[in-house]
Design a protein around this ligand. Sequence first.
Ligand code: PLP
Length: 298
Amino acid sequence: MNFFNTSASYEQKIELPLFDQKQVEVWMKRDDLLHPFVSGNKYRKLKYLAQDALQQGKQHLVTFGGAYSNHLVATASAGAALGLKTTAILRGEEEFNNPMLSICRLYGMGFKQVSREEYRNKDAAFAKHFGNDDGVYRIDEGGYSALGAQGCTDIFAELTQTYQHIFCAVGTGTTVAGLINGANEGTQIHGVVVLKGAEYLKTEIEKLLITPKDFTLHHNFYFGGYGKFDAEIMHFIKEFASQTGMLLDPVYTAKMMLGLQQLILQDYFPKNSKILVIHTGGLWGLTSEKAIELSVLP
Ligand SMILES: *Cc1c(COP(=O)(O)O)cnc(C)c1O
């Protein structure tokens, strides 16, 4: 399976005055460069899931998401590349039209729209539409799975340096679990949780760990809650992009970077710490109406 080739991602030092001033080094693992549509951690999470589906002789990936889901775009694109049919169980019954769903449609993804109420019970929704279909391979929302985490563990095989701290944004917790599984002693893994009050995530992450290990979740950088962002976030993205040449997405990576900067400002890290942040991609989030609207503000 040649599709999943990670050579495009590298570690890039982020040069910002704050980091010099506080004498910390911050590096970015550029997983945003892995693929234009199978972006960042979705690329890593889908690798072993898709492999598993093909090995089991399945022809059809079925997964779940909302109208702005990076995971749906990634599944549509990877599925098409691998000769697998794709269907999304889509949250909400209104007529959706946005660049992300449009890309999904162009890759041939089909949709089963369900009410928000129905969407909450994913087992029932799946059973109703695909219960008896042997050709279907089910992928949970956001690619939450042990195989997804395993794909994220692969990051360590590519790193050219060691770091005292590694940061990533947390949605389902799959990516951070993969990082925790792969980290050596001496590297602390940090997850920046972008959902408000999502204390349950600790348990969800622990379910994906191969052996119990210590890790840190930051719960105070959700900035309004999941999928919410304001002019301040967009302003930060603008500033960061113009200073570093790297775009961040408003739902995950901007909040992670803002959180990291706040921690650095508070002298959370000892001097000379070497920190790696994972760019988990998601840049299609910048095409949402709200992001476009806020990006023209001063
Ligand atoms: C999906 C996504 C995440 C969340 O990853 P999990 O493995 O679900 O925690 C983080 N960042 C970006 C850009 C994403 O698209």
